[in-house]
Design a protein around this ligand. Sequence first.
Ligand code: LRH
Ligand code: MN
Ligand code: MN
Length: 387
Amino acid sequence: MRAFADITEALSALAVEVPSWAYGNSGTRFKVFGSPGTPRTVEEKVADAATVHRFTGLAPSVALHIPWDLVDDFGALRRNAEDLGVRIGTINSNTFQDDDYKLGALTHTDPKIRQKAIDHHFECIDVMHATGSRDLKIWLAEGTNYPGQGDLRARQDRLHEGLSTIYDRLADDQRLVLEYKFFEPAFYHTDVPDWGTSYVQVAALGERAMVCLDTGHHAPGTNIEFIVAQLLRLGKLGSFDFNSRFYADDDLIVGAADPYQLYRILVEVVRGGGYGPGSDVALMLDQCHNIEKKIPGQIRSVLNVQEMLARALLLDREALAAAQEEGDVLLANEIFMDAFYTDVRADLAHWREERGLPGDPMRAYVGSGHQERIEDERVGGTQAGWG
Ligand code: LRH
Ligand code: MN
Ligand code: MN
């Protein structure tokens, strides 16, 4: 195994983008629990993201969701974020909460509805210009509930047409990332259900169109690290939405349900050049904190990514390659597991302290009184949008 001293440099490249909606109240379709201290404005969500960055040094940007995060002056929001030490990151479109989109948005049979969905994406691109964002992330809730309800193939054609129109509107330094999900809210078929469909659609657009992999969007048992390897090999992995799940799209804290899976994914990210200088894979979180406090929930999340990344970087790749070449199955597996079983927490605490950060960001946050302060100050926080 490599020594921790060998990876300290590489660790510095970690930047995890946090989602604005993680700071809002959220829940299931059964109940949304309100929690004290929840942001009342977009500015307060950005401030919470900046707090996570201040305590961890790991979260320099925050993703917005439109229209959840609509403000009058995005230039001012950008300046406000920068004053707090963070950037506005990915802009997420939303075509899943409007009655007009009940039977589809970009895939709808009615050209007027399709145009409305395209116009929404144009509005998101305007936001990107004002905020300096690079990525437009598109997740579509489109699909059908009953066999025969829609023409599966014609819907793909309409999807291509809509995505092309949106893609053509982007500036040369902007990207489109298309997120897939195997089911929900549609239950019979989904128009972008898997990485293959997302790949086919973005490959038809051009170089700046990429796939977004949300770790909660696969059938149970799917080998996600294989998808990571394949997309990196094809040069089409644009971004991650990290979270963890036990059952469906649970949006729990990344690394909470299955830290070993997160390790395996990050091993492939590092292996495939998806991490560090020269890589433009965006590592985002897409999570909700339904019952736990939100800022510490996000702090825990970015720390989990850092811990598993450290273990992935510790993997002795040369020794592993040699064992693989030799066909030594058990040795190869042992080398792979050795790095996973390494407890890096004390080394990481030291690493943080050397960089002027709290060694234990969770305890530092709890001890800072910040949570009590925002709970006193903020009354009547907003819902994350799912409501
Ligand atoms: C859909 C999704 C997508 C949305 C977000 C709120 O399940 O993962 O990324 O934008 O949740
Ligand atoms: Mn997602
Ligand atoms: Mn999701």
